[in-house]
Write a protein that binds this ligand. Structure first.
Ligand SMILES: CC(=O)SCCNC(=O)CCNC(=O)[C@H](O)C(C)(C)COP(=O)(O)OP(=O)(O)OC[C@H]1O[C@@H](n2cnc3c(N)ncnc32)[C@H](O)[C@@H]1OP(=O)(O)O
Ligand SMILES: CC(=O)C(=O)O
Length: 539
């Protein structure tokens, strides 16, 4: 059976940049474009040249890509020719072989947002696309608000996209700009557009996730005949985001009828890079990766419940829709109060601890986990702390050092220049196995920094200042995330702190601390981190 070609168009660098809180630098854009190209995306929309200095600079030094690089802009304004529209000229001057212009297809928007006649708008679309084609560019027309426009006035919505198609647009992209359309409506309207004479091989779909249906809407459009999908990595995009390519790509390559019905530019082995590319974007944006993200999230293949873990160990197919390795992800069997002996034995085995099936210590570990979770601990997000608890119960946790005391002070004051200064200092005293004591002290030594990194950082620095023979083994530990929650420990409100760490070998681990006192909860998590590193990777 011959497979039809389905084209993937990435707009992370354009619509993705419209995400609240996202501001790419030119270098960020270059890194993302290269990663997308490596994945095998057909089109990369690089931004809107002339709209801002970053986008203009990106196109001035756009990376060489196998993917077609597209510049984005809007149709010419009324009352001037396409040749004389300076906004359009800036887009053309980027010199890309592909240009995508957004234009109106909804009567209400033509009249309210543009304040021009329907005939003028149609002519703006026609003339703009014809200009692109005359300049030898591959033209795309993003029909803004198409689905809402079609529902309000199908004749005009069709007239607008026909103008683009007849003027030579390679792709007419039907946009669900406000994201309110549902899959059955998308399917019906796409079918009617094709019946009205614009072939699916020239139609694209651009959806937004305002009802949580952006991916479903894209698939509905493909089912109805469109052959280009626009989307973004990790579902970035205006408001609730665009169709998430990190979900769509594995679905298209792994699920039927798409896997056998279509060919995309993405080679099957590239799928193994999905987790990596998703995390790269999060790293560039300094965002914590979304654990629940389909296919690529850290929890996408985490089996927490005892019944699930028990079956998974017999055959992963019992609770997994695909093999996690196919998308570069990994299976996790976390520990928690939902766990049974199967989770526990699997987790212990991963930590190098083999325990026989009916060893009574297994029940004691499970009882302690459930008891501590009742006090506010959360071991499913803090596997390193769980491992320490288990090792202690199994008698396999060396007592490297005892913490004798710690003290931390935070101060807010005005300095001699009248500036507000916030400073923290900490001291930690430990006793080593040979009975000697070591004291670590930390205070910010940079008087020009008016605000230091706070009491938890001061404690962390003091704790890892001098651990005698263990010092060299813990030097490379870094804090990567710090999460605080007020939760119930039994009947009392307590603070739960979860801290994520990383070392130079790119190992990542998380620990948990619980106390009515936030500093003490943090200290417990910091202390666990060092003990875990020494236990697992100390030698
Ligand atoms: C659905 C989408 O996501 S499309 C992508 C939207 N992306 C962006 O807007 C990000 C980049 N945009 C920008 O940097 C700026 O809006 C610019 C540089 C393009 C324009 O800036 P300004 O000239 O200051 O205009 P401003 O942003 O206030 O308003 C947009 C103008 O374009 C007009 N316009 C909007 N869409 C179109 C269109 N498809 N064709 C022609 N004109 C249009 C509006 O009517 C408005 O004109 P007016 O000021 O005469 O009322
Ligand atoms: C073009 C676009 O981004 C939209 O209509 O949502």
């Amino acid at each position: 059976m011959t497979r039809e070609r389905l084209y993937l168009y990435d707009t992370t660098l354009r619509d993705g940049q419209q995400t609240q809180g996202v501001q790419f630098s030119t270098q960020d854009k270059q890194r993302i474009a290269k990663a997308l190209d490596g994945l095998g995306i057909d089109y990369i929309e690089g931004g809107w040249p002339g709209a801002n200095p970053t986008d203009s600079a990106f196109f001035e030094a756009a990376p060489e890509t196998r993917a077609k690089m597209a510049a984005f802009g809007m149709t010419k304004r009324a009352g001037r020719s396409a040749e004389n529209d300076e906004v359009l000229a800036a887009v053309m001057n980027a010199g890309t072989g592909t240009v995508c212009l957004v234009g109106k297809s909804h009567v209400y928007h033509v009249e309210t947002a543009l304040g021009i006649t329907l005939a003028e708008n149609t002519e703006n679309i026609r003339a703009s696309i014809a200009h692109l084609v005359a300049q030898g560019r591959e033209a795309l027309f993003d029909a803004e608000h198409f689905f809402d426009g079609y529902k309000a006035n199908p004749e005009y919505a069709l007239e607008a996209i026909r103008a683009a198609h007849e003027a030579g647009a390679r792709w007419v992209v039907l946009c669900d700009t406000n994201g309110g359309t549902l899959p059955h409506e998308i399917a019906r309207i796409v079918g009617e557009v094709i019946a009205a004479g614009i072939p699916g091989t020239h139609l694209g779909i651009h959806t937004h996730d305002d009802t949580g249906n952006a991916v479903a809407n894209s698939l509905a459009a493909v089912d109805a005949g469109v052959r280009q999908i626009q989307g973004t990595l990790n579902g970035l995009g205006e408001r609730c985001g665009n169709a998430n390519l990190t979900s769509l790509i594995p679905t298209l390559l792994l699920k039927e009828p798409y896997a056998s019905g279509f060919e995309t530019g993405i080679a099957p082995e590239r799928l193994q890079g999905m987790v990596k590319i998703s995390r790269l974007l999060d790293e560039i944006l300094n965002r914590v990766p979304m654990r629940q993200a389909p296919y690529v999230g850290a929890s996408a293949f985490a089996h927490k419940a005892g019944l699930h873990a028990s079956a998974i160990l017999k055959d992963p197919g019992t609770y997994e829709h695909i093999d996690p390795a196919v998308v570069g992800n990994a299976r996790i069997i976390p520990m928690s109060n939902q766990a049974g002996q199967s989770n526990l034995r699997q987790r212990l085995a991963e930590a190098g601890l083999e325990v026989e099936r009916d060893d009574p210590r297994l029940s004691r570990i499970l009882d302690r986990v459930k008891e501590r979770e009742d006090q506010g601990y959360a071991y499913d997000s803090a596997q390193a702390s769980f491992e320490l608890l288990a090792r202690e119960e199994l008698g396999q946790l060396p007592n490297y050092f005892e913490v004798e005391r710690y003290r931390v002070i935070s101060e807010r004051r005005r300095n001699a220049k009248g500036q507000v200064v916030v400073e923290s200092e900490a001291v930690v005293t430990v006793q080593l196995q040979d009975g000697t004591k070591r004291t670590g002290y930390f205070k910010n030594e940079h008087p020009q920094d008016l605000h230091d990194d706070g009491p938890v950082n001061a404690l962390w620095q003091a704790l890892k200042t001098d651990l005698g023979p263990y010092q060299a083994r813990i030097e490379d530990i870094r804090l990567t995330d710090f999460k605080v929650r007020i939760t119930n420990g039994g009947t009392e409100a307590v603070t739960r702190v979860i801290i994520d760490f990383q070392d130079d070998q790119a190992r990542r681990w998380s620990t948990v601390g619980v106390s009515p006192n936030i500093v003490d909860a943090s200290f417990e998590a910091l202390h666990d981190s060092i003990r875990w590193k020494l236990t697992r990777h100390g030698v």
